[in-house]
Design a protein around this ligand. Structure first.
Ligand SMILES: Cc1cc2nc3c(=O)[nH]c(=O)nc-3n(C[C@H](O)[C@H](O)[C@H](O)COP(=O)(O)OP(=O)(O)OC[C@H]3O[C@@H](n4cnc5c(N)ncnc54)[C@H](O)[C@@H]3O)c2cc1C
Ligand code: FES
Length: 254
């Protein structure tokens, strides 16, 4: 099955002041993505920006793929103007997905802000026994909370500015959560800003639990050819687009 395909925009709507949800229908048969994998998306039918941009898929329905994205620079600004019916070229699914939790451990998902875009589809595949810790800077930064509620699992929300859920950073909430249930065995899965991932990984190490982080890097090709997305790991440099974006916590040199 070809990884390069054309998709038709079904809907492209804002979900809050700086984030959009793009729903696109592939016009050819495409491989089923694993939660945590991503796609390279053509943000506009023009030569500028030339490069496609990487996005985790938020959700897959029988006919469509959904992407939750933030306005960052030129590519995403143009992407937000894609109209229903427009066609875009897409490559994917790419990279590695989240591995299932080893037997005897419960999944603990930690999303920081837009990190929910990558973890949501994984949460959908897990039993309701998972726990999702979801942090944002402030109340208006939470994304797709209605959909998150429908997962039916334990969800703990927190905000840096104390405006919603528990007060404080999600990294502190993870630490408190693990300290309050020392006997339970977890596998941790985290996606969010790099400093959050580094802090959460440190907490996981202190609590002797294993886990996985999904990393982001600027990407040019998205499929392993340019080496532009390499990160340092304990086994040398690895490409976020090929050996990642999901890596075991213990592999990353922060
Ligand atoms: C595997 C992967 C999955 C991703 N999933 C999502 C997602 O689901 N939703 C979403 O909104 N974004 C996601 N991103 C980030 C997204 O690719 C960038 O925000 C996007 O490429 C910015 O494009 P732009 O042209 O608007 O901004 P640009 O003009 O290219 O850049 C604007 C600013 O953002 C910085 N930037 C660009 N790309 C990245 C990046 N990958 N990491 C950190 N900083 C970056 C640039 O250095 C610059 O400062 C993902 C990135 C990766 C690598
Ligand atoms: S983006 Fe080219 S090797 Fe990863």
């Amino acid at each position: 099955m070809h990884k390069l395909f054309t998709a038709r925009v079904i809907e492209n709507r804002p979900v809050n002041h700086k984030n959009y949800l793009l729903t696109a229908q592939p016009l050819a048969a495409t491989a089923a993505p694993l939660p945590g994998q991503f796609y390279m998306i053509e943000t506009a039918r023009s030569l500028d920006p030339l490069l496609k941009r990487p996005f985790s898929y938020f959700r897959r329905t029988p006919d469509t793929l959904q992407f939750l994205y933030a306005l960052k620079g030129k590519g995403t600004a143009l992407m937000s103007t894609l109209a229903t019916g427009q066609e875009i070229r897409v490559i994917g699914p790419l990279g590695t997905g989240y591995p299932p939790p080893p037997k005897g451990t419960a999944p603990l998902l930690v999303a920081g802000g837009l990190g929910i875009a990558s973890l949501f589809s994984f949460a959908e595949t897990l039993s309701k026994k998972l726990c999702l810790l979801y942090g944002a800077r402030c109340r208006s930064d939470f994304l797709m909370l209605d959909e998150v509620d429908k997962l039916g699992c334990e969800v703990v929300t927190c905000t840096d500015d104390f405006s919603f859920g528990k007060g404080g950073k999600v990294t502190d909430v993870v630490s408190d959560f693990l300290s309050s249930s020392p006997k339970k065995r977890y596998t941790l899965y985290a996606c969010g800003p790099l400093p959050m991932l580094a802090a959460v990984s440190d907490t996981a190490r202190r609590h002797k639990i294993r886990g996985f982080v999904s990393l982001e890097e600027n990407m040019a090709c998205g499929f392993g050819a340019c080496l532009g997305c390499a990160v340092r790991t304990v086994r040398g440099y690895k490409r976020v687009c090929k050996e990642g974006p999901v890596f075991p916590i213990e592999e990353i040199v922060w």
